[in-house]
Design a binder for this molecule. Structure first.
Ligand SMILES: [Zn+2]
Length: 294
């Protein structure tokens, strides 16, 4: 199934839902970063929840950044997303490949580690970005984000994110959901949902069986008055440019930049999100230095 993200409600708006199939999106991100299987699952889950959560932003200009860093061999994952569900991300160590965990699954929790935090940064163009942080709960990503919503935003939530990596390292299925109880929701509803979510097959199983995201939600929210409100195509996109890299170089300050210049060599900078290379010759670094001194 082609990638698709939907926003929906159930039970007359008492439940808010964002869910997506992200197979192509995760496949692209994993190819860009040349991830080994465990790294692919870890980055893919973060990319998936990032694209879901990005669509909660109010304005097209706002950005959402999720960082998870638990001291494990993945050496942290960073994902930035936008209201239109475009997203970019990277993993500190794309070569992580661990033995399967006790459940026989890719050991995302082991790769991320459990000694650290999940940080959520919302930049809404104000002086200071909004920053929320919770300790890592399991390192499995979905549980951690659910914990974040419940503790830091007082919104009881269920979050699922799954990635199925094929033998040839392509992504067979990826997807996820954020399900939130609105403040006016009936109390029993949360229990009913918890029960249903325990009963359903893994989302990656339903996706690889060929189900659409609408069919998956209709199955979870059967007889719960599901209404699809909006659909968006999630996409991997990096907005780096030579101008931005120049600004970053200038921001290190004239003293450090002078050191680079005096080395007399050209400098190559690589975008962490998309691996695009930016070359700066000795002369070009000199020009940047002049622009600071002016
Ligand atoms: Zn880039």
């Amino acid at each position: 199934m082609a990638d698709k993200l939907v926003k929906a409600t159930a039970k007359n708006g008492q439940i808010r839902i964002i869910a997506a199939i992200t197979t192509e999106l995760v496949d692209e991100s994993v190819k860009i970063h040349k991830c080994a299987p465990t790294a692919a699952a870890a980055l893919g889950r973060m990319i998936t929840v990032g694209s879901l959560m990005g669509t909660m932003l109010k304005s097209e200009k706002d950005t959402l950044t999720l960082k998870i860093s638990g001291g494990g061999p993945a050496r942290g994952i960073v994902v930035t997303s936008y209201a239109d569900a475009h997203v970019k991300g990277y993993i500190g160590n794309p070569n992580v490949d661990l033995p399967a965990n006790a459940k026989g699954k890719l050991d995302v929790g082991g790769a991320i580690g459990r000694n650290g935090d999940l940080t959520v940064i919302r930049d809404m163009g104000l002086k200071e970005p909004y920053i929320g942080q919770v300790p890592i709960y399991t390192g499995e990503v979905g549980d951690d984000l659910a914990y974040y919503f419940t503790v830091s935003e007082q919104t009881p939530s269920a979050v699922g994110a799954g990635v199925l990596v094929d033998k040839d390292l392509s992504i067979k299925a990826a997807g996820g959901f954020i399900i939130q109880m609105m403040p006016d929701a009936e109390e029993l509803l949360a229990d009913l949902l918890t029960y249903r979510l325990q009963e359903i097959p893994p989302i990656t199983k339903m996706i690889s069986d060929g189900k659409t995201i609408e069919q998956i939600l209709e199955y979870i929210f059967e007889e719960m008055d599901l209404k699809i409100l909006e659909e968006i195509k999630p996409e991997y996109r990096c907005d780096c440019s030579r101008e931005k890299v120049e600004r970053a170089l200038i921001s290190i300050g004239s003293k450090d930049l002078k050191e680079i210049y005096e080395d007399g060599k050209s400098e190559e900078l690589v975008c962490e999100f998309c691996n695009k290379k930016y070359e700066f010759t000795h002369e070009q670094i000199g020009k940047l230095l002049e622009s600071i001194d002016k």
